[in-house]
Every structure is written in structure tokens, then in C-alpha cells.
Design a protein around this ligand. Structure first.
Ligand code: ATP
Length: 201
């Protein structure tokens, strides 16, 4: 039974995330993929409640074989892996996230607890990836797998939605519908009829 883990803020989940998860399942022949929606990422601000991001992630990843989508109460990967206590899991990350590995809490302990499966992503400098490998006690625990390059990010999608631009090209259709239904990532409205409420004169 091979298990993978894919964690993120997923604010919102997008086509790049789904591509990474799908290729990761194939490449590592995963029976299960735990998609972990980090409740309070800590290192980056999130615009959306954990339960809402969980809901979006369920819509985004539900069709992938073996995917189990759940909230992750731990902000740090090492703490999450300690608590999960899985046998020889593969932790999937994008190459940009891998480049930031030295800033994670206890990177070498992470690699004791899980192998790392790193998806290549456009705009990532190979030398940065090489430089990170040289900092690790067990670089042989890291392997790379190719994905179709989809240069999209959650922050870009939030910005587009806030500007009233379409996001349909970047997220699965079910996710686009739910974002629209819930009115997520819209700018805070000022003035208008709402501004009249509560006036006492
Ligand atoms: P933000 O724009 O807010 O930084 P993000 O798009 O990077 O968000 P996260 O939820 O932080 O999304 O990312 C979770 C994981 O998905 C990370 O391992 C990251 O490297 C990976 N990832 C993000 N975008 C892509 C993409 N376009 N293709 C492949 N992997 C991606």
C-alpha cells in the first residue's frame, strides 16, 4: 500500500495542483493520496476559511483515484508527518516549494519521515534545486517527476477574481462554480445601498 501526501493552502485549488496530484499518483503508483488542506498556513496569509478551502479542494481533487481530502491542523510539514506516522510515504511538492525547503522546520527530519516527490514547474531555476540538494543529509530521498507546465498560482487567481476577470481557464469547472456561488475573492464593496444601513437620520 503506497501512500502520498499533498499539502497546501489551496486558496483556491487550481489546475496546477490537480496536474501535480494526478501525475504524482501515476509516477509513484500511489494507492492513496492524502490531500491535506492546511488550516492555518502561518507562512502566508489566507483569504478564506479552512472549511471553505476544504470544500473547494474536495471539488478539485475528488475525481482522482485514491484521493482523500482532509484538513491539516499542523502548519509545519514535519509536525504533520510525525502525527500521521505513515509507512514510507511520498510527500509531493512543486519545485518552487522544494526550493524553499531550507526555510522549512527541520528539513532533514522531514526526509526521515517521508520521501519527497518534486514536480517540475516553469520558472524554477535548476541551480536553486541543486543548491537545496547539497544542504540535505539524505538527498537520495528526493526524486523528481515531470508534470505538464501550468504557470498558474492561487495568488494570481485571487487577484483575477478580485479584478472581476474570469478564472475559468485556471481552475476545474466545479471550483469556478463554487467560487462564483459563494462570492469568494471579490473586493470588499464600499458605499452603495449597503452603506445606508444603520443610518439613524
Ligand atoms: P500562492 O500563489 O498563494 O502562493 P500556490 O498556487 O503556490 O499559492 P499552494 O497551495 O501554496 O498554491 O501550493 C501547494 C503546492 O502546490 C506546493 O507544493 C506548490 O509548489 C504546488 N503548486 C502551486 N502551483 C503549482 C503549479 N502551477 N503547478 C504545479 N505545482 C504547483
Amino acid at each position: 500500500m503506497s501512500v502520498g501526501i499533498f499539502g497546501g493552502a489551496f486558496d483556491p485549488p487550481h489546475a496546477g495542483h490537480v496536474e501535480l496530484a494526478r501525475r504524482g499518483i501515476e509516477h509513484f503508483a500511489l494507492d492513496r493520496l492524502l490531500v491535506r488542506v492546511v488550516e492555518h498556513p502561518g507562512h502566508k496569509p489566507v483569504a478564506t476559511a479552512p472549511e471553505t478551502r476544504l470544500r473547494l479542494a474536495r471539488l478539485a481533487f475528488a475525481s482522482l483515484p485514491g484521493a482523500e481530502i482532509e484538513l491539516d491542523p499542523f502548519a509545519r510539514t514535519v509536525d504533520s508527518l510525525e502525527a500521521l506516522a505513515l509507512i514510507d510515504p511520498v510527500f509531493l511538492v512543486g519545485a518552487d516549494e522544494f526550493a524553499a525547503l531550507p526555510t522549512w522546520k527541520e528539513p532533514d527530519r522531514v526526509l526521515d519521515l517521508a520521501r519527497l516527490g518534486v514536480a517540475t514547474r516553469p520558472g524554477i531555476d535548476d541551480r536553486r534545486v541543486e543548491a537545496v540538494l547539497t544542504t540535505l543529509a539524505r538527498p537520495e530521498r528526493v526524486s523528481f517527476f515531470p508534470i505538464e507546465p501550468l504557470p498558474v498560482s492561487s495568488s494570481e487567481i485571487r487577484a483575477r477574481a478580485a479584478a472581476g476577470e474570469p478564472i475559468d481557464a485556471f481552475v476545474p469547472p466545479e471550483v469556478a462554480r463554487e467560487i462564483s456561488r459563494l462570492g469568494l475573492y471579490r473586493p470588499v464593496e464600499t458605499g452603495g445601498a449597503g452603506g445606508m444601513l444603520g443610518r439613524d437620520g
